[in-house]
Write a protein that binds this ligand. Structure first.
Ligand SMILES: C[S@@+](CC[C@H](N)C(=O)[O-])C[C@H]1O[C@@H](n2cnc3c(N)ncnc32)[C@H](O)[C@@H]1O
Length: 280
């Protein structure tokens, strides 16, 4: 008889920190490699290696609300549903392009006005989901993108898996926007803030780029344990503006923290910079 596996419960993520959900740095490479092999078997696409030197953008713009300089480059919001407006309002004036990815819901609805039948397929016609170790859900067979306008900004909708959009269609990011996702019940179960994809994501951020998130799908790792020199986790949920942590040779600094709303954690923005040789 089928026995249900015990799953991490995302709604329970305010529970005490869970030591087990931390990954030792020496174990990360092994996990990354096996996740990468699985992904490659499924999609022909491997996970990229860690990039020691982040790419430096040619230009930056001062963010009016937070007083920080953001490199000019693309914003990426995977698993976006129809949630496009706030990302455009908060970051539209500073980034070069807005990219939203969702193989199911978003492109279908965002593209209502776009007369292309391939954007209006039913969910079942649009792709196949598979759960991979460390990465979570990956959807294959979904593709297609279109342009639309949100809050006066030009945007791209990718009718495609979030991770595959990052790996195949985008370069280094100025902003990664990710919120209100979950591991089940309509959530993507794509594990952007767990050690393996978190490492991939940090590697793909431009120097000075910003991660804006409520910590969705970070699992137990998101309950207050920051990474340190020996352990990889995720972003701590209870950070305050000015808090810093280091990850490999990057410094992550909290530049904004919002209020908790409903069962969601507060949203926070983290700026990621190369750690200087002096250690700051
Ligand atoms: C819980 S909803 C969150 C939507 C949005 N973040 C919000 O705040 O309204 C999760 C979304 O992830 C999408 N999704 C599911 N699998 C995905 C995948 N592999 N890649 C990208 N998006 C995915 C679903 O279609 C759904 O719209």
């Amino acid at each position: 008889m089928y026995e249900e596996e015990e799953e991490d419960d995302d709604t329970d993520s305010v529970s005490p920190p869970d030591e087990e959900s931390r990954v030792r740095v020496e174990d990360l490479e092994r996990l990354r490699r096996s996740a990468s092999e699985e992904l490659e078997r499924l999609t022909g696409r491997a996970l990229p290696e860690w990039t020691a030197q982040p790419v430096v953008a040619q230009q930056s713009r001062r963010h009016d609300l937070w007083g920080i300089d953001i490199p000019v480059g693309p914003l990426f919001y995977p698993c976006c549903g129809t949630d496009t407006g706030d990302a455009a309002t908060l970051f539209g004036p500073y980034v070069s392009e807005l990219h939203f990815a969702d193989p199911f819901c978003a492109p279908h609805r965002m593209a209502r006005s776009v007369a292309r039948p391939d954007l209006h397929l039913t969910k079942g016609q649009r792709g196949t989901s598979q759960i991979l170790r460390e990465i979570g859900n990956v959807v294959t067979g979904a593709s297609g993108h279109f342009q639309f306008s949100v809050k006066g900004c030009q945007a791209y909708g990718h009718m495609k898996d979030g991770l595959l959009t990052l790996l195949e269609d985008l370069g280094e990011l100025a902003v990664f926007f990710y919120r209100r996702d979950s591991e089940g019940e309509g959530g993507s179960d794509q594990r952007w803030l767990r050690p393996v994809l978190f490492d991939v994501l940090l590697s793909r951020m431009l120097d000075g780029g910003v991660i804006y998130t409520d910590g969705s799908n970070g699992g137990g790792a998101y309950t207050g344990l920051a990474p340190d020199d020996d352990h990889v986790t995720s972003l701590p949920v209870d950070a305050n503006v000015g808090d810093e942590m280091t990850y490999r040779n990057r410094v992550l600094r909290c530049v904004y923290r919002g209020e908790a709303t409903g069962w969601n954690h507060p949203e926070a923005a983290w700026q990621i910079k190369l750690r200087s040789r002096s250690g700051s």
